[in-house]
Design a binder for this molecule. Sequence first.
Ligand SMILES: C[S@@+](CC[C@H](N)C(=O)[O-])C[C@H]1O[C@@H](n2cnc3c(N)ncnc32)[C@H](O)[C@@H]1O
Length: 267
Amino acid sequence: MTRPDWAPEHIDITRASVARVYDYALGGAHNFAVDREAAELVTQAMPELRDVLRGNRVFLTRAVHHLLDLGIRQFLDLGSGIPTVGNVHEIAHKADPDARVVYVDNDPVAVAHSQLLLADNPNATVVGADLTDPAKVIDSPEVRKLIDFSQPVGVLIVSVLHFLPDEADPVGVVRQYMDATVPGSHLALSHAHRSEERPAGMDRALSEYSSNVQQMHARSHDGILAIFGGLELLPARLVPVDVWGPEGRLGDPAVKLPQLAGVAVKA
Ligand SMILES: C[S@@+](CC[C@H](N)C(=O)[O-])C[C@H]1O[C@@H](n2cnc3c(N)ncnc32)[C@H](O)[C@@H]1O
């Protein structure tokens, strides 16, 4: 297999990665055969997958617009992924070219591609780091340069925390990020949801994903709610990703997508 220019030397292109599988499922070009095969296996098990991912991107877009409307001008996007259509800095800079965005991801392709895209952008950057080390991320030179922690921050953790097992303490990780921010800061979060009403193929899809890509931990409604800790959800409930926001439902009302989203404020 020939290695394309955009693929960093040290990555293993015979093993699927979370970021590249997601890129493929969204129609991107930064992926390998192993990623495409894994995505197809999961999609065969649960054809709703692409609706979940598209709904997730719609939630991200709507949440960023909402935070911009509230006056938030700095964003910390944790587990940001391989850049695609509608990146956070593009949305933010359309509203205000002085808005600041820091992306964080631990996938080398996501980091390399973000670096390339942001090379000439003084108000957006990327940190290659594991988000489960909040102190390291918060103290990184990139974050310290662009994020002013004396002003409200929009913390985005979208479709990521289901990759953390309970032992990695997603509740504590989120708390550490939000503890670093001032009141008026917001958390936008989406997370895979396991409920009685889940699509017929979801258990098989999770098992295919866990065997071929990375262990995935879909959580109950209350398990996801717990991740918000003491923050105040506005509106006061979690909803499927394609439903969040005043614009209303995006997809087929008969299909309840198994990924919940919410935006909360630090009082
Ligand atoms: C499903 S993608 C979501 C991308 C983007 N947030 C979105 O919603 O469109 C999950 C991303 O989180 C990254 N990720 C997973 N675990 C991570 C960790 N512990 N630290 C940093 N990034 C992580 C993956 O590399 C991947 O790019």
